[in-house]
Write a protein that binds this ligand. Structure first.
Ligand SMILES: NC(=O)c1ccc[n+]([C@@H]2O[C@H](COP(=O)([O-])OP(=O)(O)OC[C@H]3O[C@@H](n4cnc5c(N)ncnc54)[C@H](OP(=O)(O)O)[C@@H]3O)[C@@H](O)[C@H]2O)c1
Length: 241
């Protein structure tokens, strides 16, 4: 039986690479993909929670990787040997909440490195590991969605997320011959540590586990129907509840 996850009677696990899987939405994504039988390469700098999780979820492989370190990314990809990656979720992100006047070059650089350059490098490094019909899902933000409500303090973060969304449109065109699909999801508020940094005290209407389930469904089902799309995933913003 072929149902998109398993092929023929020999169980072949599909493989997902998830960045920023140490906490928040990424951690919930790792759990969700594993629960649906995926082999999960879960990348983060802090992998303590992932290690504990992998004790009861043997298809989760915690990978200690600082995505801003070129060598660490190449090292991870080298460990894949001949494995193919069916889904890549570029979820890792960093947000520095400061007014435009206070954001230093260093603040801009770390956000550009993490939110934009890290996905670029990882996708490039995975070139020979992406399976036919692989789906790359870039996790952007409503702040990076053209025409959305903007908030003070988030100019650098939102700009990098906007760039990541446009990158997704561009890559889809570049990858058409390889049947690789690329989409960006622009998330609205989800209750995580990052949300607390952006909007202290605000209670989001969506929990990380629920967003992870949505992203999982999108990642496994939507690549065949849509590609090169920037999709807003939001039902509210911190101004209206
Ligand atoms: N929460 C929201 O409301 C919201 C809204 C819109 C978009 N998003 C996006 O959703 C994604 C997940 O956000 P979240 O809310 O779950 O944030 P979070 O709880 O702060 O988690 C961010 C993750 O990124 C990882 N990370 C950061 N820098 C890294 C680096 N250099 N190398 C490896 N991993 C790194 C962090 O792990 P380590 O520090 O352990 O490395 C952590 O696992 C982000 O891209 C964010 O921009 C979130």
């Amino acid at each position: 039986m072929t149902n998109g996850f398993f092929i023929t009677k020999h169980l072949i696990l599909k493989t997902v690479v998830i960045t920023g899987a140490g906490k928040g939405i990424g951690l919930e994504l790792a759990k969700t993909f594993a629960s649906f039988g995926f082999r999960v390469f879960a990348l983060s700098r802090n992998i303590e929670q992932l290690k504990i999780l992998s004790l009861t979820n043997p298809t989760i492989y915690p990978v200690n990787c600082d995505l801003t370190d070129k060598n660490a990314v190449s090292h991870f990809v080298a460990t894949l040997d001949n494995s193919l990656v069916d889904v890549l979720i570029n979820n890792a992100g960093v947000l520095i909440n400061k007014s435009f006047w206070e954001q230093s070059d260093q603040d801009w650089e770390i956000q550009i490195q993490t939110n934009l350059l890290a996905p670029v490098r990882l996708i490039r490094a995975l070139k020979n590991h992406l399976s036919d019909y692989a789906h790359i899902v870039n996790i952007s933000s409503m702040g990076g969605f053209q025409g959305s409500v903007k908030f003070p303090g988030l100019s650098a973060y939102s700009s990098t997320k906007g760039a990541l969304a446009i990158l997704s449109e561009c890559l889809d065109v570049e990858f058409q011959k390889q049947n690789i699909h690329v989409n960006a999801l622009c998330l609205g508020a989800v209750q995580t540590e990052m949300l607390d940094q952006a909007f202290p005290g605000y209670k989001a209407p969506v929990q990380a586990i629920d967003m992870a389930e949505f992203i999982y469904q999108f990642a496994v089902n939507s690549g065949q129907f849509m590609s090169g799309k920037i999709v807003p995933v939001s039902k509210s913003n911190p101004n209206n509840g």
